[in-house]
Design a protein around this ligand. Structure first.
Ligand code: SF4
Length: 236
C-alpha cells in the first residue's frame, strides 16, 4: 500500500512543496538508484512496498528548529518515505529527540506510527537516496532550491541543527548568499555559531550514522547535549 501523503489542504505551502519534491525526477542517476533499491529491496523487507521516491521534510509547521540531514537511507527513508524513519540513524535520533521533548515518541517505524515533532522540522540537503550515501555536487545543486524554499516557510525559525559536515557546508553556502562572512564558522560537534543580525543560528553535530554511533564518535550523551543546546538557543 502506498503511504498517504495528504496531511494538509491543497492551499498549504508545505503540501505544495511536498508534492513537488515527491514528483521530482531531475537527477537521472538518483532516480534510477532510488527506484532500483526500491525494486530489489533488502531481504528483511521483501514483503514491503518501498517508497522509492524523493523524501520531503516533515515536522511542526511552526518549527523553531530546523534539523538538516544529508539524504535518505536506502532501506530507511527510501523505504518508509519519512526522514530517519526505519533505520539505525533514526533509532539513535528519535530517542534523543524524545528525551529532549522534541518528539512525541522515541520510535519511528513508518508513516502511520503516530510520531509528531514539536517545535522542530527535519529536512535534508538531498531528497533522493544516493549510491554510497554520496550525492554528486550537481545533484546537491539541483536539490538546493527545495531546502531554500522550505527554510522560508517557518515564520518563527530560530536556528539550524546541521547533522554532519555536508549539511553544515550546505548551510554555510546559504549564509554566504546572505552576505555573511563564514570564514570563522567551522564544523565542530556542539559548536554553536550566531551570525550577525537576525539570521538563524547554526549548531553543528556529528551525523547519527551507524559508522559514528557504533564507533563511539557520537555517544548518546554527546547527542543529548546537542538537543539541550538547541532548546536553549531557540528559547524553548
Ligand atoms: S535529489 Fe532532489 S533534485 Fe534530484 S531528483 Fe531527487 S528531489 Fe529532485
Amino acid at each position: 500500500m502506498e503511504p498517504d501523503i495528504s496531511t494538509t489542504t491543497a492551499q498549504d505551502p508545505f503540501t505544495d512543496l511536498r508534492e513537488r519534491i515527491i514528483a521530482c525526477r531531475m537527477c537521472p542517476r538518483l532516480v534510477t538508484w532510488r527506484e532500483e533499491v526500491a525494486r530489489k529491496k533488502k531481504r528483511a523487507y521483501q514483503d514491503q512496498t518501498y517508497w522509492g521516491k524523493p523524501v520531503p521534510g516533515f515536522g511542526d509547521p511552526d518549527a523553531h528548529v530546523l534539523v538538516v540531514g544529508l539524504a535518505p537511507g536506502a532501506h530507511g527513508s527510501n523505504r518508509t518515505g519519512r526522514n530517519f524513519t526505519g533505520d539505525s540513524s533514526g533509532d539513535f535520533l528519535f530517542p534523543a529527540l524524545h528525551r529532549a521533548g522534541f518528539a512525541s515518541q522515541p520510535t519511528a517505524a513508518h508513516l502511520e506510527d503516530g510520531l509528531e515533532l514539536r517545535g522542530m522540522y527535519i529536512a535534508s540537503v538531498c531528497r533522493c537516496v544516493p549510491p554510497d550515501n554520496k550525492p554528486a555536487p550537481q545533484e546537491l545543486a539541483a536539490c538546493r532550491p527545495y531546502l531554500d524554499e522550505e527554510i522560508g516557510l517557518f515564520p518563527h525559525l530560530q536556528g539550524f541543527v546541521a547533522l554532519g559536515r555536508i549539511a553544515f557546508d550546505w548551510l554555510l553556502a546559504w549564509y554566504r548568499q546572505r552576505g555573511v562572512d563564514v570564514t570563522s564558522m567551522t564544523f565542530e560537534h556542539a559548536r554553536l555559531h550566531r551570525p550577525p543580525g537576525v539570521l538563524p543560528w547554526i549548531l553543528a553535530s556529528y551525523h547519527p550514522s551507524r559508522q559514528n554511533t557504533q564507533t563511539g564518535r557520537l555517544t548518546a550523551a554527546m547527542f543529548d547535549q546537542i538537543w539541550l543546546m538547541a532548546r536553549q538557543a531557540a528559547g524553548l
